[in-house]
Design a protein around this ligand. Structure first.
Ligand code: DGI
Length: 154
């Protein structure tokens, strides 16, 4: 059985303004992932710079920070078996143009700089925990059992 873990997901300002929060939350809920935290916030610039710190030397960094702080985002924590990899496979590639139909970016986005959603990187071990810590306090994460859990895992 795959190991249960938590992963960080965020509907970016373009997804919020385009009314896609419900659609995105539904996809993860229907997949069987469990929502353990969620909040609607405007990201302070300092937090945005820390969150995207690995890109600080890239030419698109300032534009990326401007964009992610340009309006509210919906930040979430989802839990499930192998959740980081499962979520990333549902999100698609970084560039919506490279993302297959059926993925969130492939169905809902067109442009690399407006790709609707952020999700922790399964190829960067520990990024899920780091990002959850960055955006949420421990007491904002809710422990509970979802009624269908017995039917989702072997
Ligand atoms: O984890 P991802 O969001 O798929 O991708 P990432 O961590 O490599 O990059 C973070 C965000 O930065 C990405 O969602 C969109 C933006 N980005 C990445 N590469 C480029 C970029 N934006 C522009 N304008 N140009 C890029 O080459």
């Amino acid at each position: 059985m795959s190991e249960r873990e938590r992963t960080f997901v965020m509907v970016k300002p373009d997804g919020v303004q385009r009314g896609l929060i419900g659609e995105i939350v539904s996809r993860f809920e229907e997949r069987g992932l469990k929502l353990v935290a969620g909040k609607f916030i405007e990201i302070p610039r300092e937090l945005a710079e820390e969150h995207y710190g690995e890109h600080s030397d890239k030419p698109f960094f300032d534009g990326l920070v401007d964009f992610i702080t340009s309006g509210p985002v919906f930040a979430m924590v989802w839990e499930g078996g192998d959740a980081t990899r499962q979520v990333r496979s549902m999100v698609g590639e970084t560039d919506p143009a490279e993302s297959p139909a059926g993925t969130i970016r492939g169905d809902l986005g067109l442009d690399l700089g407006r790709n609707v959603i952020h999700a922790s990187d399964h190829e960067d071990p520990g990024s899920n925990e780091r990002e959850i810590d960055l955006f949420f306090d421990e007491d904002e994460l809710v422990d509970y059992e979802r009624a269908d859990e017995g039917w989702l895992y072997e």
